[in-house]
Design a protein around this ligand. Structure first.
Ligand SMILES: [Zn+2]
Length: 266
């Protein structure tokens, strides 16, 4: 946990030193980092004919397109805009280096392969995660699956000093994100409301788990699981351009409303 502990300390120091100047800072949402999950040698999870990395990229690019078109004052930065492998810690670094105001990570979900097809047909829908320590049940399954991508990185043991499959690792997960948790939850709630009431997606709600990609970002951060590739109907929908557009526009409207709320505090 050495590197993670040092990173926490640095973030804590940064927060402490910047809190005295917070009053002078205007509340603004000027930069968003959009993170398409996985990529390159890491396909993410898969359905019967499609993989997570491709669908996540399509939705990420559509979301960025809407923000550029309708909120031209907002700078959009992608962690990747093509099929390439980006290490998990680098995704958070990109957001921190660019002093992003919001970090949105796009992923797709799945049940384990050995689950019955009746169960796969019953489980579908969207979830938005914020960083938290509620590592139980499905939340923990999602955290383990999403965090396991670091096993594909060459030096993951040095970089993270963290075993994504070991429950003990998660005990040491501290809440660096807690400073941003209220805002992260506010954005996550808007995204799920949009999915349920405007985008025609089933909402499984806002959830908390120890997701490594959210762990070291120094801004409000959410990870959106846009649907289950293990559900045959949802896999087909997630591969259609119109559903991808509905999902992206739902996230866009939630982001726009969140931005308006934050900026109304000025
Ligand atoms: Zn993923």
């Amino acid at each position: 946990m050495k590197n993670i502990a040092i990173a926490t300390l640095l973030i804590a120091i940064t927060l402490l030193t910047s809190s005295s100047t917070l009053k002078k800072t205007e509340f603004q949402v000027k930069t968003v980092v959009i993170d398409a999950g996985h990529g390159g040698k890491d396909p993410g999870t898969s359905g019967s004919y499609s993989v997570e990395k491709d669908i996540a990229l399509e939705v990420a690019l559509k979301l960025g397109g809407y923000i550029k078109e309708f909120l031209p004052g907002v700078k959009v930065i992608y962690t990747r805009d093509k099929d390439e492998f980006i290490e998990l810690h680098e995704r958070a670094n990109i957001a921190n280096r660019n002093e992003a105001d919001v970090f949105i990570s796009i992923h797709a979900n799945s049940l384990p392969r050995n689950i019955s097809s009746a169960r796969k047909e019953a489980v579908y829908g969207t979830e938005t995660y914020v960083m938290g320590a509620q590592n139980t049940g499905r939340n923990f399954e999602v955290a383990k699956r999403e965090n396991a991508v670091i096993l594909l990185e060459d030096d993951y043991e040095k970089t993270y000093d963290f075993d994504p499959k070991s429950p003990e690792s998660y005990i040491l997960f501290s809440l660096t994100q807690s400073a941003f948790q209220d805002k992260s939850i506010a954005l996550a709630t808007k995204i799920q409301d949009q999915f349920e009431h405007r985008a025609g997606r089933r909402s499984l709600g806002v959830k908390q788990s120890s997701l490594l990609v959210l762990w070291s970002t120094a801004m409000p951060s959410v990870l959106v699981e846009i649907g289950y590739l293990s559900n045959p109907k949802e896999e087909r929908e997630l591969n259609s351009s119109s559903t991808q557009g509905n999902i992206a526009s739902g996230i866009f409207r939630a982001f726009r409303d969140y931005k308006n709320d934050i900026e109304s505090l000025n």
